[in-house]
Design a protein around this ligand. Structure first.
Ligand code: ACO
Length: 312
C-alpha cells in the first residue's frame, strides 16, 4: 500500500500538481522541506542583524525609513517561512531551539560584517539580487505552502534589491571620490560571498538531485549562480564599479560569462560556524530570545486569562 501511495505521489509531482499540508508525502520529502524551509527562515531572521546594525546610522531620514521597512520585511519573511515549515509537523519551538543552539544552518552570507554604509546598498544589490535569483523559481516549488509564501517574499525582495541599487547609484553619480571608493570596497568584500550563497558546486551538492526530481528545486546551484553573474555584469557597468574578478569575460560559445574560481574552503569554514561573525550572530539571537522571555510569558498569561473568562 505504501508503494501505491508513493507511486501516486510521484505521478502528482510529474503532473506539476501542488502538494498540500494534509496530503500524503514520503517521509524524506517532508524532511527535505523542513530542512530547506527552516534554514531559509533562520536566514531571514539572522539576516536582519547585519543591516539592523545601520538603522541608527542611516545618513538621511529617507534611507532610515527604507532600511527600517526592509529589515521588518525580513522578519515577516522569517515568520511566513516558519509557518510554512510548521504545516509539515515541526514546531516553531523546535526550530528556534535548533537555531539558538547552533545546530541549524542558515545562509553563510549573514556571517560577514557590515563595515560601512555602502555595505547596506551592496547587500540590497548583490545579496538580495542573489536571493531573488534563487527564490523566484521556488514560487513554483511542488510544496504549496512554501510556493505561496515565496510569491510575497519575492515581491518584497525585488523592492529590497532596487532600493540597494538605487542608493549605490546616487553615491556613484553624486558622491565624493572617497564615497565612491567606499562603494567599490564594499563590492570587493561582498562579491565572492554572494556567489557562495547559491551553495556548493553541483558535483558537491548532496541534496540537489533528489530535490530537483521532487520539484523542490527547479535549477541547480551552478545554474542559478551563472544566471546571477550574467545579470550582474551589466548592472556593475551602469553603476561604474568593478567586480573583483579579473577572469570575468563573455564566452560567446557558452553564451554566458566565465568567472574565476570560488574559494570553497572559505565557504565550508563559514558554514561550519567559523566565519567572521558566526559567534556574534548567534549571541545576538540568543540575547534577543532571553530578553523577549517576558513578552512570551505575558502573552501566555493573557491568553490563559481570556480563556478562563470565556469559560465563565
Ligand atoms: N549557506 C549555508 N549553508 C549552505 C549554503 C549557504 N549559502 N548553501 C548550501 N548550504 C548547505 C545546505 O543547507 C546543505 O546542508 P544540509 O544538508 O546540512 O542541510 C549543504 O550545504 C549542501 O548543500 P546542497 O546539497 O546544495 O543543499 P540544498 O539542496 O538545500 O541547496 C540552497 C542549498 C540552494 C541554499 C537551497 O537550500 C535553497 O534554495 N534554499 C532556499 C533559499 C534560502 O535559504 N535562501 C537563504 C538566503 S537568502 C535570504 O535569506 C535573503
Amino acid at each position: 500500500e505504501e508503494a501505491a501511495k508513493e507511486a501516486a505521489f510521484e505521478a502528482r509531482i510529474e503532473a506539476g500538481d501542488f502538494i498540500e499540508a494534509k496530503d500524503w508525502m514520503p517521509a524524506h520529502y517532508r524532511k527535505t522541506l523542513v530542512r530547506q524551509i527552516s534554514q531559509h527562515a533562520h536566514s531571514e531572521i539572522v539576516g536582519m542583524l547585519p543591516e539592523g546594525n545601520w538603522i541608527t546610522r542611516a545618513p538621511t531620514l529617507k534611507r532610515k525609513a527604507i532600511l527600517l521597512a526592509k529589515v521588518q520585511d525580513e522578519g515577516g519573511h522569517g515568520l511566513y517561512l516558519y509557518a510554512a515549515a510548521e504545516t509539515l509537523g515541526t514546531s516553531r519551538d523546535e526550530m528556534t531551539r535548533a537555531l539558538l543552539t547552533g545546530k541549524a544552518k542558515y545562509s553563510s552570507i549573514f556571517n560577514y560584517p557590515t563595515l560601512t554604509w555602502a555595505d547596506v546598498g551592496v547587500i540590497g544589490w548583490l545579496v538580495d539580487g542573489a536571493a531573488i535569483m534563487n527564490q523566484v523559481p521556488l514560487c513554483r516549488c511542488s510544496y504549496g505552502p512554501y510556493a505561496r509564501a515565496m510569491i510575497r517574499v519575492c515581491r518584497e525582495e525585488s523592492f529590497h534589491q532596487r532600493q540597494g541599487y538605487e542608493s549605490l547609484l546616487v553615491i556613484m553619480q553624486n558622491g565624493t571620490a572617497a564615497q565612491k571608493a567606499m562603494v567599490q570596497d564594499a563590492v570587493n568584500r561582498w562579491w565572492w560571498p554572494s556567489l557562495m550563497m547559491f551553495g556548493p558546486p553541483d558535483d558537491q551538492s548532496p541534496n540537489s538531485e533528489q530535490s530537483l526530481r521532487w520539484g523542490i528545486k527547479r535549477f541547480t546551484n551552478d545554474e542559478l549562480r551563472q544566471k546571477f553573474v550574467d545579470a550582474t555584469v551589466d548592472q556593475a557597468k551602469v553603476l561604474g564599479v568593478t567586480l573583483p574578478d579579473p577572469d570575468i569575460r563573455w564566452n560567446e560559445a557558452r553564451g554566458h560569462h566565465d568567472f574565476g574560481a570560488i574559494n570553497w574552503d572559505e565557504f565550508w569554514r563559514v558554514v561550519g560556524g567559523n566565519g567572521p561573525c558566526n559567534r556574534e550572530r548567534l549571541a545576538a539571537r540568543n540575547r534577543a530570545w532571553d530578553e523577549g522571555a517576558w513578552v512570551r510569558e505575558a502573552a501566555m498569561a493573557h491568553a490563559a486569562k481570556q480563556q478562563a473568562q470565556h469559560k465563565e
